[in-house]
Design a protein around this ligand. Structure first.
Ligand code: C2O
Ligand code: CU
Ligand code: CU
Length: 518
């Protein structure tokens, strides 16, 4: 079929679910307590790959099929989990404390979600069930990064060494298998990892039971409470360009509640959705103070009425319930959809935690340090009907030769030229980076007049809550988003990609190499 790149085409039609789906508004809200994922416990110490004398905690985390209830009044839902729940157990560690994790595939041998065998890497000759786990936000040697082609089948496992030489941050692990990553994550293969350090500990932020991990994602369920992943109307090509589930889960439950005291809480929020952007607010409740983002603390807290979190991004949010004694505060998405409820207790409490106005220095990387600027287009492939058939980074497919090859410790500026109608959350493995600015440009001229770059507005600085260390950045449609990166860490092959998993699976992902410094 003839294909052309036509990014300025009319906005695509959303794919309607072909099966009757569960309407979450028919469920009694706020009847399940918010589950808190268990903290993973290591089974002893083992030697690191590079030094037989250095012993670090060793964890074995099996991936299994489980049946568990996502709401009191629904029958159990089949899910694929790390451990025994989705999200899986939280890995907790300290900066500089390495860990070994054996990710073990103990899943069944057939998939319960619709694989599209036309997608690169998911051909019919590939085993149905394959997994490989990536720790998102981790500065890890390439052999432990969970490269999308390093998948393994049921009965096999992979043991990765994470040195954790990085600042305190909320990371998360998830499946990264080439061609079916969107399905494996949707099935439930994700969880958190918290790295702590003394800088953060000295701030006296809310901690212990006042620090709450919050994993949010959207799903569709069918009438039998089973996960439903929609397909396109073409049975030959089931891939859909985007998924927006009508049901939001918090730590794996639909519309849960959390009993809180009238005091400050710290919520470590992950958007684990395949494609949904969250815009969180509270009804008649406190505003947020955002104190951190993907790669740790901001320089200072940012007051927000609405906390926006793109797929893959994290937000470290303080909510102070002290003025809401006895209230029932609803956490909502996009102004209307309830996500969960906070039941604020009536008993007076003393809150000894603090949220200092200075959190952590975030030294700016100077543009003058950059030795190279790369201009990278985010594009979409459409068929003659204007239907999306895939996404591309700089017009290149996954299996084409590597084009991004920064030298270790060098600084580069990447100009992400988004000529599509969608915002794409772009993620680079292994590194942290800073956002320089975003600037509107003429995407049509750029594509049709030989990469003519015509700006349509002034450069806009990142929002204050985006001004810290990031590993995922929202590249808005029709904008050039500039990021500055120091490629610190390890030499080796990594990937960069869009974190909308439907895009990532269908070619919006590229390998990149960190090469030895010349
Ligand atoms: Cu969240 Cu390539 O990953
Ligand atoms: Cu990652
Ligand atoms: Cu995308």
């Amino acid at each position: 079929m003839a294909m052309m790149i036509m990014p300025q085409a009319v906005h695509r039609r959303p794919v309607p679910p072909a099966r009757p789906v569960l309407d979450p508004s028919t469920l009694t809200p706020f009847v399940d307590p918010l589950p808190i994922p268990l903290v993973a416990s290591p089974s002893g110490l083992r030697a690191t790959p590079s030094d037989a004398k250095q012993k670090v905690p060793y964890y074995r985390l099996p991936m299994r099929q489980v049946e568990s209830k996502v709401h009191r009044d629904l029958q159990p839902t089949r899910q694929w989990c790390v451990g025994s729940s989705a999200p899986g157990p939280t890995l907790e560690t300290r900066s500089g404390q390495g860990m070994l994790v054996e990710w073990a595939n103990e899943l069944p041998t057939s998939h319960f979600l619709p694989i599209d065998h036309h997608i690169h890497g998911a051909e019919a000759d590939k085993p149905n069930v394959r997994t490989v786990i990536h720790l998102h936000g981790s500065c890890v040697p390439a052999e432990g990064d969970g490269y999308p082609e390093n998948w393994f089948v049921p009965g096999k496992s992979a043991t990765y060494y994470y040195p954790n030489q990085q600042d305190a941050a909320l990371l998360w692990y998830h499946d990264h298998t080439l061609g079916i990553n969107r399905l494996n994550v949707y099935a439930g293969l994700l969880g958190l990892c918290i790295i702590r350090d003394p800088v953060e500990a000295n701030l006296n932020l809310p901690s212990g039971k006042y620090e709450v991990p919050l994993v949010l994602y959207d799903r569709f369920f069918d009438k039998d409470a089973q996960l439903y992943y929609p397909v396109s109307p073409d049975p030959e090509k089931p891939w859909i360009p985007e998924l927006f589930g009508n049901t939001i889960l918090a730590n794996g439950k639909i519309l849960p509640y959390l009993d809180v005291e009238p005091r400050k809480y710290r919520f470590r929020v992950l958007n684990g959705s395949n494609g949904r952007f969250f815009h969180l607010s509270t009804s008649n409740g406190p505003a947020f103070q955002q104190i951190g983002s993907d790669q740790g603390l901001l320089a200072s807290p940012v007051q927000l009425k609405i906390a926006s979190i793109a797929p893959g991004e994290r937000a470290d949010l303080i909510l102070d319930f002290s003025d809401h004694t006895g209230d029932q505060v609803i956490l909502k998405n996009d102004m209307l959809q309830p996500v969960m409820q906070f039941r604020v207790g009536k008993a007076k409490v003393t809150d000894e935690s603090s949220v200092p106005s200075t959190l952590r220095a975030v030294p700016k990387i100077a543009e003058s340090e950059a030795t190279r600027t790369r201009t990278l287009m985010l594009g979409e492939i459409e068929d003659l009907h204007g239907d999306s058939v895939g996404m591309l980074l700089n017009n290149a497919h996954w299996n084409m030769p590597v084009t991004e090859n920064p030298a270790l410790n060098s600084v580069e500026i990447w100009n992400l030229m988004n000529v599509t109608d969608d915002a794409h959350p772009i993620h680079l493995h292994m590194v942290r980076f800073q956002i320089l600015d975003r600037r509107r440009f003429d995407a049509f001229a750029y594509q049709n007049e030989n990469n003519l770059l015509r700006y349509r507005g002034a450069a806009v600085a990142p929002e204050p809550q985006e001004a810290g260390w990031k590993d995922t950045v929202r590249a808005d449609p029709g904008m050039v988003t500039r990021i500055i990166i120091r490629f610190e860490g390890y030499v080796g092959r990594y990937v960069w990609h869009c974190h909308i998993l439907e895009h990532e699976d269908n070619e919006m992902m590229r390998p990149y190499d960190v090469i030895a410094a010349r």
